[in-house]
Write a protein that binds this ligand. Sequence first.
Ligand SMILES: Nc1nc2c(c(=O)[nH]1)N[C@H]1C(S)=C(S)[C@@H](COP(=O)(O)OP(=O)(O)OC[C@H]3O[C@@H](n4cnc5c(N)ncnc54)[C@H](O)[C@@H]3O)O[C@H]1N2
Ligand code: MOO
Length: 389
Amino acid sequence: MIPVQEALQRIRALITTMPVEDVFLRDSTNRILAHPVAARRTQPPFAASAMDGYAVRDVDTAVGATLRVIGESQAGRGYAGDLPPGCAVRIFTGAPVPEGAERVVIQEDVSRSGDHITINQTGDGRNIRPAGGDFTEGDRVQPGRITPARLALLAAMNVPEVPVYRRPVIGLIATGDELVVPGEVPGPDQIVSSNIYAVAAIVEAAGGIARILPIAPDTTDGLREVLDLASAADMIVTLGGASVGDHDLVAQVAGEAGLALDFYKVAMRPGKPLMAGRLGQAVMIGLPGNPVSAFVCAQIFLRPALDLMLGGNGDALPRTKRPLAEAVGPNGNREHYMRAVRVGEKVRIFQRQDSALLSVLDAADTLVVRPPNDPPREIGDMVATIHLD
Ligand SMILES: Nc1nc2c(c(=O)[nH]1)N[C@H]1C(S)=C(S)[C@@H](COP(=O)(O)OP(=O)(O)OC[C@H]3O[C@@H](n4cnc5c(N)ncnc54)[C@H](O)[C@@H]3O)O[C@H]1N2
Ligand code: MOO
């Protein structure tokens, strides 16, 4: 058994970053921008009015001044020509400010009669957004996640396509004769395959494309066939069949298929029989079959691995120290990821920690991470926690 940190480091070392592809802006939400992208224009491209009102010169801006309205500037169609002294141009939010105008007096501050306005109040600001006040042509957006805000910025920069890392395809294989897919009628000794749906959701939330393959039976031929179906994937993740039982065939069959095993067994609970290596052009990760074990391993290893594939730095999930709401007994020799729930600022560890219990997992919003051989802990003792979203 190797420590969790070493297992994560070894998985990181197996990963290669995905190639870069250009996609339409509309398809780039949450993807990772791979290279800096330069603005193709300046914004605003002209001095623009920030308010609806009248564009005037400073010399004409006095309470009681009466000015002649000589034209109109609207968003999308400006006023062609200069603004002579003693005159005003009717202007709307976003419209180009005419040459010579130095401020916009908002319409609430003037009285209008026919072609003339009288200024009743001058207000504080100029109400003009200078050209290039937001960004100028050539300004660069740096690599990173394309958030909704960044999407709008790129659009305003007139960038129609962006270079992003290709989304990795993750082939997911549940193994075991006892499994049926949800909705099927299980035989008397069967259960419904569940953990693969959690792992698929985790993969997709991290930016990967999850492909759920047919359930692999507990036969070498059957498992090999399903593994073959996954051969085009960027990563192959098996669930179950990883332990030491007579029907735990994943290591054997993957080995025969050419798996270069990097490690097997991690000092963690749940998740001990985790394996990882390279199979052809893909990284292969063998998750334990117990539903909570597969879930925890996906959080601890798959998420950083996917982050790295997508151009991130593959950081482990962030940890926060929180006080215990209840005492807890000593830990064994494996790092324990205990299902727990927040109670205000504190955290309460569930009594039942069997790695088969999905109802407990569902009730949890936190994993409490106990180091190997951690002594008993009292109420109020600080423990490391991982938030589950
Ligand atoms: N003698 C030993 N027995 C076991 C050990 C050990 O060290 N010595 N390790 C235990 C630990 S820890 C774990 S974790 C499990 C992992 O076993 P496998 O990865 O081989 O998983 P399976 O045996 O195939 O299944 C375990 C359990 O999970 C259920 N399962 C499997 N796949 C699914 C699925 N897709 N959806 C829902 N449930 C699934 C399966 O029916 C079993 O109940 O081994 C321990 N044994
Ligand atoms: O490691 Mo197993 O995952 O303890 O249940």
